[in-house]
Design a protein around this ligand. Structure first.
Ligand code: GLN
Length: 304
């Protein structure tokens, strides 16, 4: 029997004792003020058990973690037709890299870098009747939690400084890979990134990716093949130019965000979320990555 709580306790102590915890994302002014010493973990197993430690119940900005959720909603709405407009290859480049998009004629490498996520946002703006309202309701539904919401201050703060995302959206538009006005698509994108969740809520929202497409209430939301695709993309593209490192050290499909959150999962087994707002130079949570490496090493539980 694995003693999960003791393992989380050990990970917590090690995190507290690390002298360097990375740097909070300062390019989104509202995120620059978050205390770098926050650290929480929540583990939700499919057998009904859960374990937690530290600041697991404090909400934070999920940022790029939202890209997996918009992708899953787009799959529900138009399924395979997404792949004419976005590829599924790792980019090996930072999340907000521009040059590759020009070299590849406006087709983003994958849906988890900014350019790909902006195309997915465009699909949702086209297909949803009230995009922001319908999308937040989708997230609330997945977690069975009506309290989940956008953080409008964070969205406005990113919009004010979102020059690179404007550049990406304009480049996509010039290649004809954005159907709606740049302003509308980015407004949706900045809001999806601003959604606030705590570690427990993240494990609930992501439950379906571990549970063969059935959400926390055991209602089928995605097909088996859609779940396979989302998990494969998380494994190969979820950490940008550190996706190889995450697969190598942690060995689970997962996704990070510049708010310092990471979610990872073992199909048919568990979902785990960590939060530590200090980032490494690739924009992934420094302590979160270490904690997950420790977790899969100590439990021996990874997809490999
Ligand atoms: N909102 C952020 C951006 O577009 C998301 C990036 C991230 O979390 N890696 O820059």
């Amino acid at each position: 029997m694995i003693d999960y709580q003791s393992i989380l306790d050990e990970i917590y102590l090690e995190a507290l004792n690390s002298s360097y915890k990375g740097e909070v994302a300062s390019y989104i002014p509202e995120l620059a003020t978050i205390d770098v010493s926050n650290f929480g973990v929540y583990l939700k197993q499919l057998n009904g058990n859960s374990y937690s430690i530290g600041d697991w119940d404090k909400p934070f900005s999920i940022q790029s973690i939202s890209k997996v959720l918009t992708l899953s909603k787009a799959l529900q709405l138009i399924d395979c037709n997404i792949w004419d407009r976005v590829d599924v290859e790792p980019s090996g480049n930072p999340f907000n890299f521009l040059s590759l998009l020009e070299q590849e004629n406006g087709i983003p490498r994958n849906p988890l870098i900014n350019s790909g996520a902006i195309v997915v946002a465009d699909i949702l703006v086209s297909k949803l009747e009230n995009p922001k309202e319908d999308f937040i309701n989708y997230i609330r539904d997945l977690a069975n939690d009506q309290t989940i919401d956008y953080n409008y201050k964070v969205a406005a703060s990113e919009k004010e400084k979102g020059f690179k995302n404007y550049a990406i959206a304009n480049l996509l538009k010039s290649y004809g890979n954005l159907k709606n006005p740049v302003e509308d698509v980015l407004d949706f994108y900045f809001h999806q990134c601003s959604i606030e969740l705590n570690c427990e809520q993240i494990t609930k929202v992501f439950y379906l990716f571990s549970n063969k497409g059935k959400c926390i209430q055991e209602i089928k939301r995605l097909t088996l093949s859609q779940v396979k695709r989302v998990n494969a993309i998380m494994l190969t593209c979820g950490f940008y130019d550190e996706a190889g490192e995450f697969a190598f050290t942690v060995g689970l499909p997962g996704k990070s965000g510049v708010g310092g959150g990471i979610v990872a999962l073992l199909p048919n087994n568990f979902v785990i979320a960590t939060w530590s707002p200090g980032l490494n130079e690739k924009g992934n949570s420094l302590i979160g990555m270490k904690a997950l490496e420790q977790f899969t090493t100590k439990t021996g539980e990874s997809i490999f």
